[in-house]
Design a protein around this ligand. Structure first.
Ligand code: MLT
Length: 312
């Protein structure tokens, strides 16, 4: 009987589907790296979200491991090179949390534009800042979307329906732009100079370098907003801190951080930034979908010899 370890919190449906298909499953979350190395040895499959780091060492010591499943999209917490060397299949659940992530991005954009977090905290304290909390509308504003995968595409749809002018920077988009005449295909430089809002929906650079540093921020409009619900290292936190502290740009909203969980961060306490703890994909709806998808993909792998949504 195949044995699977689920090492991050996820909807119970994953466990249920695996058990119903006679796959033995254990759920052990919040393991330290050493605990994971110790425990993973006996399992044929490992299912994770973003908290578990499947490092080179974990993979080397995982004697029986044949398959790693990511209930979500990003696989940057898995050492893909080591997995490939050991012929371990790595799969994700593309599309399962797309809408959730796009909606969270929109929520951050509207919260920043209408100063919702400030309005909420001051109103709770009994300050009636009706005259001080003037916001901005997003209609007619230019938004630069970096990346046109599932989330970038869904978020672009939302933006166009709200009458924003949508500019896309993505190599992939370039090849399909004829199918999307409603969007402007452009380069990063142009987005930096023209956009009122820049939102990230791309993969991180392989070397972990940032797309937005001081150099890029210098090109941006002073009223610009940066939103990042993709990966933390896409925007340099130190450079963003300087820009926000000196009001070089108007504001930012981040759901992702260079180091997660972000227990300490240079950006904490700044007034012109909204921070959320990597929850863009966390809706009841999407978490059921990704748990169901990954469990069914594991069933297909163990029972039907089928590999779906492999990433290597
Ligand atoms: C993802 O890559 O799917 C997202 O970062 C969501 C997550 O699993 O936390």
């Amino acid at each position: 009987m195949s044995k699977v370890l689920i090492s991050d919190a996820m909807d119970n449906i994953a466990q249920k589907i695996l058990s119903e298909n006679n796959i033995e499953v254990d759920v052990k979350t919040d393991l330290s790296v050493n605990e994971l190395i110790d425990k993973v040895k006996i399992y044929d499959g490992l299912i994770i979200r973003s908290a578990t780091k499947v490092t080179k060492e974990v993979i080397e010591k995982a004697e029986n491991l044949k398959i790693i499943g990511r209930a979500g999209a990003g696989v940057d917490n898995i050492d893909l090179t080591s997995a490939k060397e050991k012929n371990i299949v790595v799969m994700n659940t593309p599309g399962g949390n797309t809408n959730a992530t796009a909606e969270h991005t929109l929520a951050l954009l509207l919260s920043l534009s209408r100063r919702i977090t400030e309005a909420n905290s001051t109103t709770h304290k009994g300050s009636w800042l009706k005259k001080n909390l003037k916001g901005n509308e997003i209609r007619g504003k230019k938004i630069g979307i970096i990346g046109f995968g599932n989330v970038g595409k869904r978020f672009a749809e939302m933006c166009i329906s709200l009458n924003l002018k949508v500019m896309i920077f993505s190599k992939y988009f370039d090849s399909i732009k004829a199918d999307f005449p409603q969007y402007i295909s452009t380069d990063l430089n142009n987005i930096l100079k023209e956009a009122d809002i820049i939102s990230f929906h791309c993969k991180p650079n392989n070397d972990g370098s940032s797309i937005i540093t001081n150099k890029e921020i210098k090109l941006m409009k002073s009223n610009a907003l940066i939103i990042n619900t993709a990966r933390g290292n896409l925007v340099s936190e130190n450079d963003l801190y300087e820009a926000l502290k000196n009001n070089r740009i108007k504001g930012a909203a981040l759901d992702v951080f260079e180091i997660e969980p972000a227990k300490e961060n240079i950006l904490f306490g700044l007034k012109n930034i909204i921070l959320t703890p990597h929850i863009a994909a966390s809706t009841s709806e999407s978490q059921i979908v990704v748990a169901e998808m990954i469990a069914n993909q594991f069933v297909d792998y163990f029972l039907n010899d089928k590999i779906n949504n492999s990433v290597i």
